[in-house]
Design a protein around this ligand. Structure first.
Ligand SMILES: [Zn+2]
Length: 281
């Protein structure tokens, strides 16, 4: 009897190229496996359950503004290290790491452009960069863009996505940005000019407690987490279970904190109608 007979099974070797990476994404809400191209065509919204995936700042700008009308401001502004923060990572290391990972200099992109022909200035935070938290650069760029809008008498739109709020790496300098951005918005308001705040998942802490929370009109994406302190910390502190859906857009709409929930595919039209209506009011 042959010791080395024919094997009873066949080894199937998959060529690496047969299943390329990055073709499919699993929906975080309903676990549906989605073809990336379909997902992108659907503005990164799950076609099955309507889960809104996070957009980068530039992707967001592309979905809102008319093609090729965006002009960016203060593109090269970078952060200093005012308190010489040292933790598991220094602030300088963290900045370098997130700059390399995102291709951004900091967590906000600002500029001007057209929305269905209407001239606006806008700021969009990017939650990939230190959780979209507000340090001096974010605060300064947002303040400048608001001041520009006030001076040129244009509406300002800020799309927020920040799980981080204030940026602890900058200590007090970060907290000062809350007052600074709000003061600029107050001056904008005094001139009877419009500010639309768009809240995306997540908008929390020092960002929600400053500029994001004080829009003349506040829009939010479906099911976005919006609040000050995260639900887990609140539950631990008050030792009570929070009601279902607490701090989600739908809950906040019901309780009067926001004005409207807007599906991503309708955001550009809703912004246009709001600006156009108030232009004629
Ligand atoms: Zn889904």
């Amino acid at each position: 009897m042959a010791l080395f007979g024919k094997p009873k099974y066949t080894i199937v070797r998959l060529k690496k190229k047969e299943i390329p990476d990055g073709l499919w994404t699993k929906c975080e809400e309903c676990s549906e496996v989605l073809y990336n191209k379909t997902l992108e065509e659907n503005l990164k919204v799950c076609p099955k359950c309507n889960y809104h995936f996070t957009l980068t700042a530039y992707e967001r700008i592309e979905t809102i503004l008319d093609k090729d009308t965006f002009q960016e401001y203060d593109k090269d502004m970078v952060s200093a290290d005012p308190i010489e923060f040292k933790g598991p990572k220094t602030y300088k290391e963290k900045l370098a790491q997130d700059q390399a990972a995102t291709g951004l200099k900091d967590a906000v992109i600002t500029g001007e452009g057209l929305i269905n022909g209407l001239n606006v200035v806008l700021a969009v935070t990017d939650s990939r960069f230190i959780m979209g938290s507000m340090g001096s650069v974010v605060g300064e760029k947002i303040t400048r863009v608001i001041e520009n809008a006030t001076k040129s008498r244009r509406p300002v739109i800020i799309v927020s996505g920040s799980g981080g709020g204030a940026r602890m790496y900058e200590g007090m300098y970060s907290l000062m940005q809350m007052a600074k951005t709000c003061a600029a918005l107050a001056r904008h308001h005094d001139e009877k000019l419009l500010f639309i705040s768009v809240l995306t998942n997540p908008t929390m802490a020092g960002v929600m407690a400053s500029f994001a929370g004080i829009g003349d009109v506040i829009l939010a994406e479906p099911k976005a987490l919006i609040g000050f302190t995260g639900p887990r910390v609140i539950e631990q502190t008050i030792r009570q279970k929070l009601p279902p859906g607490f701090q989600r857009s739908e809950f906040l709409l019901e309780h009067g904190m926001i004005d409207m929930i807007v599906h991503r595919k309708n955001l550009k039209d809703t912004l246009t109608k709001t600006i156009d209506y108030l232009n004629h009011a």
